[in-house]
Design a binder for this molecule. Structure first.
Ligand code: EPU
Length: 372
């Protein structure tokens, strides 16, 4: 049930401002909106207030509404990387659902801008169908375009930071729009200023990518190299192969696959020093898989540590569990509560810390009062 049009809830002086606005472009604020169906994990309670923002102006209006009513704000995209608490969120949730894609040729590259509310995977499909290289390995990742720079989404050898030119945002501190360059976004593995130093400051409105027309696909990840040895790798074949590999790991959202009721990888892959790695190998008397990270550090697969700590694929704790197809995905096995997901997450973190002295950092964002 719509609670109020924003203009009606505002003070008189604000009402004057809103009477200047196009009445067809006012936001509708809904109350007690269940958030679970808007997330891929499918758990958690409602938002006290909820706005679906379909234009930049809507986002602006929602910000003003939150400020005037002293409401905490949470910005939702495709809901693929969040865990909502069972109590829900006692503030205003803005779902940024602004749509649109534009293309512009610039020398040898194609500059493609996608609005934040575009679904990521159809966007990748669109670019691949136009023969544009640069994001094909990130096929099948759930969520919206606007979420991708926040955690510098990456898979199969590509990260969005490799192709992002700039990110257009609304600054919550002064409610102005600005365009941040790639460098200003401070990208690193699963990190940017949006989820670290400037967390909660910017709302992403659109993302601009630089893609290469008729460019070659990136075949650098082990699984892809194996598949394409002796085969021709086109952009379309790369996309198809990534989708197949992901589906086999239940990392593509399919309603019929209960293993895909997850937030993807629940933990980041820990980055440790070579010294720590060799200590670990000596202690366990086993070769620990790892990949080179920068500055002489290595990335150890969290999935390996989790399995080695005893959490086999298919492990369950109440209604929470581990995917039968990938040990890094915590899944909602049915009617899981957020508390059950958090209990399993805590158990995994404690066990891995005790066994290996390694801290696993969660990848999803916790919304509401989750006991983390
Ligand atoms: N492994 C296991 N058990 C498993 C799965 C993997 O032990 O069930 C070990 C193996 O040693 C394997 C290694 O982990 O070689 C790496 O596995 P995988 O290739 O599946 O990649 P990942 O490190 O687990 C990362 C990303 C994924 C991304 C894949 C492919 C993170 C936290 N996760 O997973 O991203 O799709 O690489 O590039 O970096 C996501 O972030 O939500 C996500 C799905």
């Amino acid at each position: 049930m719509p609670l109020a049009l924003f203009g009606l809830a505002a003070e008189r002086s604000k009402v004057d401002r809103f009477t200047l606005l196009d009445p067809d472009n006012l936001i509708t604020i809904r109350e007690n909106v269940p958030l679970a169906p808007l997330t891929t994990l499918g758990v958690g309670g409602p938002a006290r207030f909820f706005v679906k923002a379909e234009t930049g102006e809507h986002v602006f209006q929602a910000l003003e509404y939150a400020a005037e009513n002293a409401l905490e704000l949470f910005v939702l995209g495709g809901g693929s990387n969040i865990l909502v608490s069972d109590q829900g969120f006692d503030g205003l949730v803005i779902q940024v659902a602004i749509k649109g894609i534009s293309l512009e040729s610039e020398g040898k590259r194609q500059v493609v801008t996608a609005k934040a509310g575009e679904d990521w995977d159809p966007f990748v499909e669109f670019c691949v169908s136009k023969g544009l290289a640069g994001i094909e390995c990130m096929s099948g990742i759930p969520g919206f375009v606007g979420g991708t720079p926040v955690q510098n989404v990456g898979a199969y050898g590509q990260e969005v930071s490799e192709t992002i030119i700039s990110v257009k945002c609304l600054d919550r501190t002064n409610r102005e729009t600005l365009e941040l360059t790639n460098e200003q976004c401070g990208f690193a593995y699963r990190t940017s200023i949006f989820n670290s130093s400037h967390r909660d400051r910017y709302i992403v409105l659109s993302v601009t990518f630089s893609l290469i027309p008729a460019g070659p696909p990136k075949i650098e990840y082990k699984d892809l190299m194996e598949y394409f040895s002796g085969r021709e790798a086109t952009l379309a074949a790369t996309r198809e192969t990534v989708l197949k590999i992901r589906a086999a790991k239940s990392m593509v959202i399919l309603p019929a696959d209960p293993n895909s009721r997850s937030a993807g990888s629940f933990f980041k892959n820990p980055v440790i020093s070579l010294k720590r790695l060799s200590e670990l190998e000596d202690r366990l008397d086993v070769k620990v898989p790892h990949f080179n990270a920068s500055d002489g550090m290595v990335k150890v697969p969290a999935a390996w540590l989790i399995e080695r700590a005893g959490f086999y694929k298919g492990f369950s704790l109440g209604n929470a569990g581990i995917s039968t197809n990938h040990s890094l995905a915590i899944i909602n096995r049915g009617e899981a509560s957020a508390a059950e997901i958090v209990d399993l997450k805590n158990l995994i973190q404690e066990t891995v810390r005790n066994e290996f002295g390694v801290d696993l950092m969660p990848e999803p964002i916790f919304v509401g009062n989750n006991q983390q």
